[in-house]
Design a protein around this ligand. Structure first.
Ligand SMILES: [Zn+2]
Length: 351
């Protein structure tokens, strides 16, 4: 009897040890994924914090403005209880994405940067931004990791797979299934984009059953390649609206094929937030909520989400953010820092 009890205790002890050591790798065991959609006024800065307390920042917002964007990123890092960012992914070399890097490094240490390689756009602005980026990282002796299609980023606690980088895309679908896309027949064929936008590093994130897509500023020509003739991305739960909701991205064939339940748009009051894109997203059959960092002035009364789902309404800028808190079972919450209100989304069948 005593032996059996001892044996039972030993078994219980080993089960506990297994669940603790497996926690970082298996988000279904109760850990949560936090994603901060930081308001950088129509640029991008998205901070992902995993249950393993690792952080991935996608883009650093703009430079200048007395370090406004770096301050806002540092505030999110602090809110997450962290003191450093493990990885910063720079989607491309436009100033609203890479411009904030020097100021960021003055405020928050970054372990390594991930990017698509050299700037490819012959234009003085990205050429200058890229030169500054290279010089800043070299001076601080920070490692650069080159993203290739199909790579899984080294961050622990979520799976982030590179689906686009330097104009190249994954050649097969994420789950290995060939999925001929019926929506391709009606899809327009956009002209090739020759800017850095089309070079954006895009990632598909999975956290247990929860899936989130962030394609940076990837343009419609590349969206069609990802969606046609096969939908290589399958369905996702959350779509981080590409390109701040500007009409060069978020084609109907992308938005309608990925079937997101929630879309989160990092627009400014007067940057991104094109009425046609807001319309396409709102009309998507599976969409429940579009969240916006700003009220889009161009969208006016008819083409904006309800106020509850907008972090910054018209008027003086407050820098309010949106935060997603995800669970491995596929359910998640989205919080508006302006109101403190939270909306819950249940696990989605078939995603
Ligand atoms: Zn941009």
């Amino acid at each position: 009897m005593r032996l059996l009890r001892l044996l039972g205790m030993a078994l219980a002890g080993s089960a506990l040890a297994a669940s603790i050591s497996g926690w970082a790798q298996n988000p279904n065991d109760g850990g949560k994924l936090k994603v901060y959609f930081i308001d950088v006024e129509g640029g991008q800065a998205t901070l992902w914090v995993t249950p393993a307390n690792q952080a991935l920042l996608i883009d650093a917002g703009w430079g200048g403005n007395e370090g406004r964007d770096a301050d806002r990123i540092a505030a999110a890092v602090k809110d997450a209880g962290l003191k450093k960012i493990d990885y910063a992914l720079i989607t491309h070399y436009h100033t609203d994405h890479v411009g904030g890097v020097p100021q960021l490094l003055e405020k928050v240490p970054v372990g390594a940067f991930i990017d698509h390689g050299p700037n490819r756009e012959e234009d003085p602005s990205p050429e200058k931004e890229y030169a500054t980026y290279e010089k800043t990282l070299a001076a601080a002796n920070i490692r650069r990791i080159l993203a290739k299609p199909g790579d899984v980023l080294p961050i622990v606690g979520m799976k982030a797979k590179v689906v686009s980088t330097d104009g190249k895309l994954i050649s097969r679908s994420l789950d290995g299934e060939a999925r001929i896309n019926a929506l391709c027949k009606a899809a327009e064929t956009p002209a090739p984009d020759t800017t850095e936008n089309a070079r954006s590093v895009g990632i598909a994130v999975s956290f247990g059953k929860l899936t989130i897509l962030d394609l940076g500023d990837l343009t419609r020509d590349k969206e069609k390649e990802l969606m046609c003739p096969e939908n290589k991305l399958g369905k996702v739960d959350v779509y981080v609206v590409s390109h701040h909701g500007w009409l060069q991205s978020s084609s109907p064939v992308l938005v309608n094929s990925i079937g997101a339940k929630v879309a989160i748009m990092n627009n400014g009051a007067r940057k991104g937030g094109s009425p046609s894109v807001i319309n396409t997203i709102m009309k998507a059959p599976e969409l429940e909520t579009l969240w916006q960092l700003h009220f889009s002035e161009e969208g006016g009364e008819d083409n904006n989400a309800d106020d509850d789902y907008i972090a910054n309404l018209e008027g003086p800028d407050k820098g309010n953010y949106l935060e997603l808190i995800g669970k491995g079972d596929g359910s998640f919450d989205v919080m508006n820092s302006r109101t403190g209100q939270v909306k819950h989304y249940h696990q989605q069948a078939g995603h």
